[in-house]
Write a protein that binds this ligand. Sequence first.
Ligand code: PLP
Length: 481
Amino acid sequence: MTPEQFRQHGHEVVDWIADYWTRVGSLPVRSPVAPGDVREALPPSAPEQGEPFSAVLADLDRVVVPGLTHWQHPGFFGYFPANTSGPSVLGDLVSAGLGVQGMSWVTSPAATELEQHVMDWFAELLGLPESFRSTGTGGGVVQDTSSAANLVALLAALHRASSGATVRNGVSPEEYTVYVSSETHSSMEKAVRIAGLGSDAVRLVEVDADLAMRPAALAARLERDTARGFRPVLVCATVGTTSTTAIDPLAELGPICQKYGVWLHVDAAYAGVSAVAPELRPLQAGVEWADSYTTDAHKWLLTGFDATLFWVADRAALTGALAILPEYLRNAATDAGSVVDYRDWQIELGRRFRALKLWFVLRWYGAEGLRAHIRSGVAMAQELAGWVDADDRFDVVVPHPLSLVCLRPRWAADVDADVATMTLMERLNDGGEVFLTHTTVRGQVVLRVAVGAPTTTRAHVERVWALLCEGHDWLAADFAE
Ligand code: PLP
């Protein structure tokens, strides 16, 4: 493809995306295809000859779009949002067009320095501790996912706890322990397995009625484990759990971690970005105790996947765990120790220029635009929670500090409530106007309404509420027959 052909087809693709965004609200949110339908629509072998680009674009509509669940749909209330935006897409496009590798400073200095700078901007915008800034002992890096961030945090913690011995000798699985709660994201346990500790190293700390980690229970577990000769490595505290957005009390957990010399990792994958709004920062009071912190701009901050913002207070622990310098990567800047080589801050060697899309997003929306986006999601969710609370057909199940509301419909005593609740959810999802997901709280099925897709307005939240009420009445009448 020549640059001129690229120009022409690039314009067509941008038009196609703009048209998609314009019409996405009229498509069924959840893909209606059955397993195998998408592959069925594709030829069995790759094309022998190149095809006109128009044929590729036509197949986007014929094959791909019907097989999509539309995360940018205003009626998407499932999981957590996966925002994207014009500036984010354009930043990714430029990154793809430049095609640079930012693994070392020398392989593209702008890729490293823009990332350092953007991460410092974000640290300031989110009110994170000074220690996370590149000017101090720590620093920030863009990871692909919070799952990867959780893993590298654990590797850094192991490096610190073992004074570097894990790098030389590997881990002693029966020695080290890691502390999570039942609400911690599964990626932390996966990280424990990948790190070679095995699931037995995981200690499940009790939660309170609001599903937040109980500090006293953590202290008791640490005390017992150290007395029995284990070496506690890392506590994973969550700000905004995946299931219900419960918040572990950092201000109380921090001093306990310090007393036992344990690394405090804060997984704020979804909720952390809400701190752009200063009035929401008290939710993570005590964040200054954190040794590392992760939050995803690709969930709720108008930036497309992947863009995880990850910070450490002591970058030497991270690079001590991950740095490796083969001869073919040696260069004068690295040897002089005057630059950051981000390959030493992550699992992979190669890395995309992801800071570009973050920079585009920050400059297009400004901090005020990002705050407005977060605030509107929170306001809509709080209003929805008020309607649910005031209605005797539903209960609000857990606190809803941000933009997720967990609700449980009430059913007649002789109805299997979990089955009825799932039936209600499927009815709504089959309808195509909205999409919800579920979880369990204290063993009971609840529905999650996660507000935060960029196009969602109050009218869409009113609509999902109307559909819930209608669906409840219809099902309750059906059960009564
Ligand atoms: N941690 C928490 C608290 C999450 O809610 C999630 C995803 O929802 C993750 C980690 C994993 O995020 P990622 O998809 O960026 O790996």
